[in-house]
Design a protein around this ligand. Structure first.
Ligand code: ADP
Ligand code: MG
Length: 677
């Protein structure tokens, strides 16, 4: 049997079970071998019955003392009760309709059970547990994604037979030997066997790391190939002008930072090449990414091209409209704004003007990519806070012109190793310097006990003429965001903040309602803005000096850092108060980082160390092929290895023709993501 053999060649897989496997998209033996476990049950560390945590999942090693006869409760429901003991106490195992499991238990024999312990302290019970014989040497059991009718044991049996009978084609290593040795990566043969049936969790981790390495390497190589491919396209080659940044500076109310000047120069140089720019500007909150975008737009304007700037929300689109008008109108640049909430007539007029070339810079939301919008020599496309856009949207905006230059601005500073993998198709500029005179935002982490003192502090700021944000408690899964935001805002405005104008901002509001609220907050009419995380990105209100965040423990650090970046944008000292709803050592350590550093890159580096790369991949998830192993297991070291390995491979064979298996993997990975690029 080989990887392409139909699944029915395995013992016990007839047409009925094959139908079940089909639901999981498993058709061949190879598919089954790539149906990796979701996790493992570790039977190696049982606890005593008397020490089991009630209503939690426990592993218990116990001897069967008595099997009560089957009891027919009602039509179609047979109950089996088995008493087990481990000398610390007794426990009842309860099985429903599972004669097979019941018969698998023998009086006098010892087993290890895995399941939730319920009942009460006097009569403990475990319903429908999984179990193995205590003498079984394989203490780590895979848990697979299943479908109704298919059990874990069936999959285990089938996978095990497949591993033993499939020919060597299943174990061929797609990664060249010299890479495996150089980066101490486990062989594929070893990893495939041990991802399914590891002897212990260390071995499982080695296998998992190898599979994560595979995914990341294919991703990185695919991105590199794509990047090379885009160099064969013809773009709007612009005419280099080394005075453009100085010209831009002359009309600015502030002095550009060195980092802003460098990034602007890099962008301008990119736009003077034969092929289109594909650049990411990464910078901490408040590092002034918008000014770099404006410099690029000015350069495009000087070269007779339009620029489109797409923002993820109406609030941000309008904010950019205002900022770019301020920065660029002294140069004669005509700026407009196009959003989804415009009236049809107004929109038609603006669209005509855009198509007629009466505007040079068009800011907007995804209204920009709608069918009806036509541009006039669109030479530059800028995307702000890029992770909010799907890759389709990115591609569609680019299609509006003929290979326009592309500039992406990311809100989340991420470590370089990770950026190279996730944004591997882009060149990267980093704004690693904040504008002069920025004061650090004083940050405090407190528990709920200190909430009223925190509110007192916020009130004091309001009394001094400043404004404040309060980020709502996070709703429980089944609660409604709307209801809880409203009731929380009411509580504040009738309690601690009685007499102050309190506004509310949440995701269920229409864009125009959100806009109106933001405008009232910007104008100073609203003093305290109660908001869900919709304020997270980009919003700029310099008079707001304090942000209080409820349930801070439930946010990722990078997200907290983004939220904190809403304050500290004006000349006043600003503050951030993190209120933790629950507290433990890990939460304490995480929140402490926030109070100790204001460097977004350091914060995300720490996040990567503590929680792995999963969240970061999630942020750009639309743009990336699906990752199965590149998650919490992925650390900086692995990312750096992958990046070096990709370079080694490209150096050995720039088109990958020497590594056909690997090349095939990459093509498969990227073809399932057809909209990619
Ligand atoms: P972000 O990188 O978070 O998008 P913005 O572009 O919104 O940052 O800039 C944040 C604030 O800093 C704005 O109010 C902007 O006018 C101001 N700013 C930008 N560059 C400078 C600078 N070089 N010196 C002083 N202020 C600046
Ligand atoms: Mg911004």
């Amino acid at each position: 049997m080989n990887i392409n053999s139909p699944i029915t060649e395995l013992d016990g897989v007839g047409t009925k079970r094959a139908e079940l496997y089909k639901k999981l998209k498993i058709y061949t033996v190879g598919d089954l071998l790539r149906h990796y476990p979701r996790g493992y049950i570790d039977y190696s560390k049982p606890v005593e019955i008397s020490a089991a945590v009630m209503n939690e999942h426990n592993i218990i090693r116990a001897r069967v003392v008595k099997k009560q006869p089957a009891a027919r409760i009602r039509q179609g429901l047979v109950l089996y009760k088995i008493t087990v003991t481990d000398d610390s106490d007794n426990m009842t195992i309860v099985l429903y309709n599972n004669r097979f499991a019941y018969e698998g238990l023998t009086e006098g024999e010892e087993y290890i059970f895995s399941g939730k312990v319920g009942g009460n302290l006097v009569r403990r019970e475990m319903n429908t547990p999984m179990f193995i014989k205590a003498s079984d040497p394989h203490k780590l059991r895979p848990v697979y994604s299943l479908t109704e009718g298919l059990t874990s044991n069936m999959v285990i049996t089938n996978v095990s037979q497949a591993l033993n009978n499939v020919d060597e084609s299943a174990f061929a290593d797609h990664i060249p030997d010299f890479i495996l040795r150089k980066y101490s990566v486990a062989a594929f043969d070893y990893s495939l066997r041990n991802i399914h049936f590891p002897d212990d969790s260390d071995i499982a981790a080695i296998a998992k790391k190898r599979l994560a390495f595979d995914e990341l390497l294919s991703l990185r190589l695919g991105m590199l190939l794509m990047k090379n491919h885009s160099k064969t396209q013809t773009g709007f080659k612009m005419k280099y002008d080394d005075g453009i940044v100085a010209e831009f500076q002359r009309e600015l109310p502030f002095e550009l930072t060195g980092a802003q000047v460098n990034a602007s120069q890099e962008v301008i140089r990119d736009m003077c090449r034969d092929y289109p720019m594909n650049r990411l500007v990464q910078g901490d909150v408040g590092s002034g990414k918008t000014a770099v975008a404006a410099a690029a737009a000015l350069f495009a304007y000087k070269n007779g091209c339009q620029t489109a700037l797409m923002a993820p929300t109406e609030i941000l689109a309008k904010q950019h409209f205002k900022t770019l008008t301020d920065l660029l109108s002294p140069h004669g640049v005509r700026v407009c704004c196009l959003t989804g909430s415009m009236g049809a007539k107004e929109r038609r007029i603006i669209e005509e003007q855009i198509a007629g070339g009466e505007f040079d810079v068009i800011t907007g939301t995804h209204a920009l990519i709608s069918q009806s919008t036509e541009f006039n020599r669109l030479g530059l496309v800028i995307m702000d806070e890029q992770h909010r856009f799907g890759v389709n949207q990115r591609a569609r905006l680019a299609e509006k012109g003929e290979n326009p230059h592309r500039l992406v601005m990311s809100a989340t500073p991420i470590p370089r190793t990770l950026a190279l993998i996730i944004y591997g198709d882009l060149d990267i500029s980093v704004l690693n310097e904040l504008p002069k005179g920025r004061r650090t935002i004083e940050t405090f982490a407190v528990t709920e006990k200190l909430r009223s003192r925190a509110c007192g502090f916020v009130k004091k700021q309001l009394d001094e003429g400043r404004q404040a944000y309060v980020v709502c408690p996070m709703v429980e899964e089944n609660g409604s965001e709307l209801a809880s935001a409203k009731s929380y805002a009411e509580k504040l405005s009738s309690g601690d903040f009685k007499g102050y104008e309190v506004g509310i901002l949440h995701g269920k509001m229409s864009p125009s309602e959100k806009d109106e609220t933001m405008l009232r907050f910007k104008s100073g009419e609203i003093r305290l803005l109660v908001a869900t995380t919709v304020v997270e990105v980009g919003v700029d209100v310099p008079n707001a000096t304090v942000i209080m965040i409820e349930n801070a423990e439930r946010f990722g650090l990078s997200q907290l850092h983004q939220l904190r970046g809403r304050v500290g944008r004006g000349q006043h000292q600003s503050y951030c108060i993190l209120i933790a709803g629950t507290i433990n050592d890990e939460i304490r350590e995480r929140l402490k980082i926030m109070t100790e550093t204001s460097d977004g890159f350091k914060i995300s580096e720490f996040d990567l160390k503590m929680r792995g790369a999963g969240d970061f991949f999630g942020e750009r998830q639309h743009g990336l092929p699906e990752m199965r192993f590149a998650d919490a297991a992925t650390d900086s070291e692995l990312l750096a290895d992958v990046q070096n390995a990709a370079d080694d491979i490209i150096n050995a064979s720039s088109d990958l023709n020497e590594f056909p298996l690997l090349k095939n993997d990459i093509e498969k990975m990227f073809s399932s993501e057809t909209a990619f690029n």
